[in-house]
Design a protein around this ligand. Structure first.
Ligand code: ADP
Length: 482
């Protein structure tokens, strides 16, 4: 790994503006090669407590600054992230495996939340409410909630941190981040740049750890932490929500999805193929909004499968730092086992293998981009998120059937559909029980729109003008005797 600025490769955690080595370390590996690329501290409960104390100390001064002052500091951070986009992208590809082009894209996407919330810091408006008595006045102000904790996943090692921390810090809250153990380097590089941007000690802290239970236990049980924002598996999210109940901590959860991607007979087929490729195979299928079920209407079903196969067979697979490949390795062996079990199950129950289906000849955790047709709801891949490069294709007959199939899941994050019928666009958009719906589009993430799910896909929204609400409390002030 070659960096223009090698000081962005940090191998210490960041607490209270200090770089901490810790007693134990753990290795960070490159999933494309299995090579160890760094060691970072394996911190536990005691260091988490220290970070909370530091955040508590730092909070008062940060929240008292003017919004413009906080905004300017965040803006400097944004500019430093963008100025170091290439190095941050290389670090990300090295620890996460995604193609370099996708890493560059994620750095810009991650930075866009810092830019956006720097601007939003200045727009935390209150309200004056006509009072219930002539001698009274009612005022509503919005205040920072307090110390926020962010527990983040490995699939977007940069953007999942900025999407939580930028609004928290803009609102006036300190944050403590526990990045995923697979991808701590992207988080630490962000801390180095936050430090350079002048973000004060204690406001942005990174606890690297391979002991999520200990760190998560302290973050959730410590009453000084008033907010937890989590992105990850539904199972862990439910556990953390239960833990937060004990001190009635506010939670935001961005959990699993089971995204339907519906293609109606009247769709622009080429656009639908392009959208399906972007939605399904981006990050090797390892995003929570990746199409998990392709539902295709009977009239264009065969043609769709044929064209999708042509596109998938052109996908290039390889090591992201060695060439302009379109698909990298999966994050670890567990991910390979999961996709393999979904494929095996689908084929045993009558699915038709169109292409792929095997670990890739490159070895390691590389996996062939795969399509299985004639998938039915009894198969595992219809119910669970595969989180890998498998496109399972289902056939449906009517619009009602497609919407019912799409909604037949406990999840409700993102849904996609392709049609040229404007009335259907409204009917289906409104009929889908999802937090986000993309119509004739394969990618919907942007800092300007509210990202989040319904049902067991989560609570709360990130990005957009709504995203800062998660870090604010409303205070009603009644002034009498006037
Ligand atoms: P996945 O393994 O699919 O990424 P997880 O939900 O396990 O999903 O991981 C997301 C984040 O949650 C990671 O940072 C991980 O370390 C953290 N995590 C996992 N288990 C716990 C837990 N019990 N308490 C706190 N954090 C956890």
């Amino acid at each position: 790994m070659q960096l223009n600025d090698p000081t962005l490769l940090k191998q210490q955690a960041y607490i209270n503006g200090q770089w901490i080595s810790g007693d134990q370390q753990f290795a960070v590996t490159n999933p494309a090669t299995g090579e160890v690329i760094a060691h970072v501290p394996d911190l536990g409960q005691a260091e988490t407590q220290q970070a909370i104390e530091a955040a508590e100390q730092a909070w008062g001064a940060w929240r008292k600054r003017t919004a413009k002052d906080r905004a300017n500091t965040l803006r400097r951070w944004y500019e430093l992230v963008m100025a170091n986009q290439e190095d941050l992208a290389v670090l990300m590809t090295a620890e996460q495996g995604k193609p370099l082009k996708e890493s560059r894209g994620e750095i810009a996407y991650g930075a866009s939340f810092i830019e956006w919330f720097a601007e939003e810091a200045k727009r935390i408006y209150g309200d004056i409410i006509p009072a219930h008595g002539t001698d009274k006045r009612i005022q509503v102000i919005r205040e920072p909630i307090g110390i926020a904790a962010a527990i983040t996943p490995w699939n977007f090692p940069n953007a999942m941190i900025t999407r939580k921390c930028a609004p928290a810090m803009a609102a006036g809250c300190p944050v403590i981040v526990k990045p995923a153990e697979d991808t701590p380097l992207s988080a630490l590089a962000l801390a180095e740049l936050a430090d350079r941007a002048g973000i004060p000690a204690g406001i942005f802290n990174i606890i690297t750890s391979k002991q999520p239970v200990a760190v998560g236990g302290e973050l959730t049980s410590n009453g000084k932490v008033r907010k937890l924002s989590f992105t990850g598996s539904t199972q862990t999210g439910k556990l953390l929500m239960r833990q937060c109940a004990d001190n009635v901590k506010k939670v935001s959860l961005e959990l699993g999805g089971n995204a339907p991607f519906i293609v109606f007979d009247d769709a622009d087929l080429d656009a639908a193929i392009e959208g399906a490729m972007a939605s399904k195979y981006r990050n090797a299928g390892q995003t929570c909004v990746c199409a998990n079920r392709l539902l295709v209407q009977a009239g264009i079903y065969d043609k769709f499968v044929e064209k999708l196969a042509e596109a998938v067979q052109k996908l290039t697979v390889g090591h992201g730092l060695e060439g302009a490949f379109e698909q990298g390795p999966l994050i670890n062996q567990a991910a390979v086992n999961k996709i393999s079990s979904h494929i095996e199950d689908a084929l045993a129950k009558g699915g038709r293998l169109i292409c792929g289906g095997q670990p890739h000849a490159l070895g390691g955790t590389f996996f062939e981009p795969t399509i299985i047709a004639d998938v039915t709801p009894e198969m595992l891949c219809a119910r669970e998120e595969t989180f890998g490069p498998l496109a399972p294709v289902f056939k449906f007959e009517t619009e009602e059937q497609a919407v019912a199939m799409a909604n037949d899941t406990e999840f409700g994050l993102a849904a996609y559909f392709y049609t040229r019928d404007y009335a259907r666009i409204y009917r289906v958009s409104e009929g889908l029980e999802y937090g986000m719906v993309a119509v004739n589009e394969g990618i919907l993430s942007t800092e300007v729109a509210p990202f989040g799910g319904v049902k067991e896909s989560g609570i709360g929204r990130e990005g957009s003008r709504y995203g800062i609400e998660e870090y604010l409390e409303m205070k009603y002030i009644c002034i009498g005797g006037i």
